[in-house]
Design a protein around this ligand. Structure first.
Ligand SMILES: Cc1cc2nc3c(=O)[nH]c(=O)nc-3n(C[C@H](O)[C@H](O)[C@H](O)COP(=O)(O)O)c2cc1C
Length: 175
């Protein structure tokens, strides 16, 4: 697997993105694992912010996802964005099929590459965040203040595990 090429590592303070828009509309791939043993899935729920004096990203992964095993077993994951309207079929594939049953890069043509710290992303990405897990927990039904969310989103009781992670690398594809 090749090292990420054509990207510039930048300071997170230079990020110029509407994070609500890119999460909700562009979607992202959450990828965890190492060369020869990783998985990726499409996600649109997440967050970016400042916590414990660090720039952080939050990813939400339901327990039945194959990716869950990888986000649990690895300290690092990446969040990769591909541009508005780009690679929709590929992102739908990664968001509807499981890595248990399919080799997602092979099926989609997404080209896995490693970041300098050995995290996995994809050559076609335009924006990549390397994330180091700081804190993880599961959404707890007893903690809902608005209980309508519980019945609406978690009918199957498949409460997301969430990972608050330090953004340790931010890469932009150079045009
Ligand atoms: C647009 C979109 C957004 C999604 N967002 C999430 C998410 O934030 N968290 C999650 O657990 N699953 C999310 N999913 C569902 C997973 O991507 C999907 O279940 C995927 O097949 C899991 O693959 P895996 O079993 O290989 O991990 C989303 C799917 C799509 C299409």
């Amino acid at each position: 697997m090749d090292l990420i090429q054509g990207f510039e590592k930048r300071d997170i303070s230079l990020l110029e993105e509407n994070v609500f828009d890119i999460l909700d509309k562009e979607w992202m791939l959450v990828t965890a694992g190492v060369k020869d043993n990783f998985n990726t899935m499409t996600a649109s729920w997440g967050g970016f912010g400042i916590l414990w004096n660090k720039p952080v990203a939050i990813a939400y992964v339901r327990p039945q996802r194959y990716t869950h095993k990888y986000t649990e077993d690895n300290d690092i994951f990446t969040l990769s964005f591909f541009g508005h309207g780009n690679l929709r079929e590929e992102l739908m594939f990664c968001g509807s099929k499981s890595g248990r049953d399919f080799d997602k890069p092979k099926e989609t043509g997404l080209i896995p590459v490693t970041t300098p710290i050995g995290a996995i992303t994809f050559q076609q990405a335009r924006l990549v965040f390397e994330c180091r897990k700081l804190y993880a927990d599961d959404i707890k039904p007893s903690c809902f203040i608005d209980s309508s969310i519980d019945s609406k989103i978690y009918a199957a009781k498949d409460y997301h595990r969430f990972y608050i992670a330090e953004i340790i690398g931010y890469y932009e594809k150079q045009s």
